[in-house]
Design a binder for this molecule. Sequence first.
Ligand code: DSN
Length: 425
Amino acid sequence: MTPFWGPDFDELAETDPEIASVVLGELDRLRGGLQLVASENLTSPAVLAALGSTLTNKYAEGYPGRRYYGGCAQVDRAEQLGIDRARELFGAEHANLQPHSGASANLAAYAALVQPGDTVLAMELPHGGHLTHGSRVNFSGRWFDTVGYRVRRDTELIDYDEVRDLARAHRPKMIICGATAYPRLIDFARFREIADEVGAYLMVDAAHFIGLVAGRAIPSPVPYADVVCATTHKVLRGPRGGMILCRGSLAERIDKAVFPFTQGGPLMHAIAAKAVALREAASPRFRAYASQVVQNAQALAAALAAEGMRPVSGGTDTHLALLDLRAVGVTGRDAEARCEAAGITLNKNAIPYDPEKPMVASGIRVGTPSVTTQGMREPEMRRIGGLIARAVRTDPGRPGGTETLARLASEVAELVAAYPAYPRG
Ligand code: DSN
C-alpha cells in the first residue's frame, strides 16, 4: 500500500503564512488555557489524519454502492465502515453519517417526518433547547408551528406533565427532546409514552450527549426514539459533523431527506473521520473516559456551588453544568469575559426564566469533555472551580483587576502544562 501522503505543515507555512499562524495560534490557545465549552472536545490525531486526507477531493453524491460519480470504491468503504460502526455502537437499525452538522441533521429529520405548517412540540431555547427546536430566527420556527415546553420553576427539571398537556392540546406531528443546556437525564420512556398517546413522532436531539451514550455513561434514547439526531464532535470526540440514527422503517425517508433534499455532496474526509471516532468510542478506554466526564462535571458543579454559584437543577448527571451567578452579582457576559482573560474558555448562558437578555445572561455553562480528554480528574476540577470563582469575582475595571486576571492566567497555564492538549513530540 502507498505510504500516507498527509498534511505537511511546512508547506502550509510556505504557501500561506497568515493561515499557518492562525493554525499555530489556535494550537497555542488550546495548549495554554482551560477549555470548558461543553460542546467542544479535543479530537485524536487519528481523527485529524483522516480529516486532513485526500478524501476531501472526492465527490460521492449518493450512498455506498449507489453513487452519482465513478471512483467511489474507497470512500464507499469508509462510509460503510462508519455506518456499520454507528449501528453496532448504538444498537440502531439504520445510520446516516452524511449530515454536515447537528443543525443539518435536525433539518433532515424535520424534512423526513413533518411538512411545513405542521405542529412540532420542543423545548424552548431559553430553557435549554436549541435554535432548531423552534426558534423564530431559525427555519424550525419560521416553517413550522412550534409549541415550546419549559422546565419547572421550582425544580428546573423538564415538566413532563406540561409536555403531556401541551401534546394533548396541540396534537403535534413531532415531539423533540434533547437540549444544549439541560444538565439532567431526560426520561425518554416518558416522552415515548406522550408521543404515542398523541400519535407523534419522537425525535431525540442527542447532539450534546451521544458520546455519553456511546460510552454507556447515561441511558440511550435509541430504543425509544423514531429518529435520533446527533453531532460527532462534542463528547463523542470526532470531527465536527452530524449523524442520524433511526428505525429501519424510516431509513429511506431519512436518507432521502439528507441527500438529495437538504444536502449535496457528502464530505468524505469528515465521514471517514467520523468512522475513526466511532471505532475509538467503542473501546473500553472510551467508556472509562465517558464516565470520568460525568464525574468531573459533578465535581466541578459542586466546587462552583461551594463558591456561591448555584448549579441550575442542583447539579448534573451529564457532561455539563449550568450556573446561576445572580448571587455573586456578576452577569454571564462579564463572567465569560473575565474567565477568558484568565485563560478559561466557557460561555455565558441563559438560565431558566432568566431576567437578562441572552447576550447578557445570568449564567454560565461549563463542560468537562476537553479537560477529561487531557486526563484531569476530580482534584483538578476542584482547583478549576476555585480559579473560575476568583476570575468571575475579579472586576478588570477596578484597580489591580487586570493584574489579578493575568496572575490567574499564569496559574491556569501551570495547571494545563501538567495535562497538555496535543502534547509536543
Ligand atoms: N452551539 C452548540 C452548543 O454550544 O451547545 C449547539 O449547537
